[in-house]
Design a protein. Sequence first.
Length: 118
Amino acid sequence: QVQLVEFGGGLVQAGDSLRLSCAASGRTFSSYTMGWFRQTPQKERELVATISWSEGYTYYGSSVKGRFTISRDTAKNTVYLQMNTLKAEDTAVYYCAAASYGSQWGYWGQGTQVTVSS
């Protein structure tokens, strides 16, 4: 059974950096896309970034492009989200997700809270 577990959330100040980790288990992910999403009570779920497991192709949402970096360590089965120059509007619960190529996002982590104080 696929399991995604996020780590690394917390409370930081505007301008700080934070790195989130997502430990993936339960299968091989060579034909999967991994992603980070975020959500607040006031907004719909937002796609932050994605990465293809095998090739490492990346995509970023416009609100984080240039500040956030998604990466993966295939040996550790872990996906990372390096967040730099954090802003108050980055405050959200961040979720890790996985999707088989061509399919919907079928697997989700439990989420980790990121709070950026201004």
